[in-house]
Design a protein around this ligand. Sequence first.
Ligand code: GMT
Length: 382
Amino acid sequence: MKIGIVCYPTYGGSGVVATELGMGLARKGHQVHFITYRQPARLASFQENIFYHEVTSADYPLFEYPPYDTALASKLVDVVKYENLDLLHVHYAIPHAAVAYMAKKILLTEGRYVPVVTTLHGTDITLVGSNRTFAPVVAFSINKSDGVTAVSESLKQQTNEYFDIKLDIEVINNFIDFERFKKVDKDHFKKAIAPNGEFILTHTSNFRKVKRVDDVIHIFKRVNEKLPSKLLLIGDGPERQNLEALCRQMQLCDEIRFLGKQDAVEELLAVSDLFIMPSGSESFGLAALEAMACEVPVISSDVGGLPEVNIQGETGFLSPVGAVDEMAKNAITILENPQLLSTFRANALRQAKRFDIDNILPQYERYYEHILATKVYNSTTR
Ligand code: GMT
């Protein structure tokens, strides 16, 4: 198949999933065309069957906001036509589903029909999409997609609650590439981070408010009072300054390290004992899955798709959003008991295996085939 992938090229989860999916499809012999405004973060090196088309938005003094949507729609028309794509797969509904619809309609005026699959990732529905500013366009463009997938049962359910969706949303979970995410011996890292054998707690995110990284620090403080420990904060984002101030105020600067955006997250997960994800909203929790693949148990909130990933009392513990005392208590329970920690580590790996890329990728391929099979019918109805 010749597939066009549209996504945000940043470190965010939707961009990561889209890029890993494209690379996986290319390895299986499909021709994959990334159409994005920058080279996707995880698309670092040359790979056969992968093509990259950069969307450049023309600058003009009249534009206070560069018209990304229009530039992307034009680029999609161009790439579909000249690369002869079979299908467009757009990640994150805003604005990609609406833009793809426009490109589809333009192509139709030239007698060319390209089916569009939209993957919903989370905040495009839960935080942003359901906002009145975007809701009518999001609902319309989801309904006009030829196929729609959501990354968890929970997100499917929420989408159907927020919007009147006419299509049956297919759940295809986030996945993990075990070639990359596995526990490896990084003892020298461990010695550098925790020279006296302290426990290592880790959190990775884009440091937005929804991630509640301040809760991570409050949980860590409680753990640190009972057990010698260090906290690694990986990622960056709008809350970083406030979080650094909080660390200073709590006098935890010697115990907490802000590592910024890291390419080799798996090497840091390999030395971690516990992963903390206290999010206020989380459609799946890819970062938690990556930790579990590296045999790291998870302390998380119980929102969204997290209970589908982190299994209560087996791979970690789940608590209501904001319950930092309970989360800290659960963290201490696991860390204090070496037998429990090693059982949870093994369980985390076993659960992560359910989301092996080798199981999930064929689900996307089958879904594409199903969409292509209904193409003639869709071309007159969507
Ligand atoms: O987590 C973020 O804020 C980034 C966001 C994105 O779309 O880039 O992630 C969402 O998509 C990921 C991949 O499907 C999911 O694993 C995350 O749970 C989801 N984030 C939220 O729902 C907050």
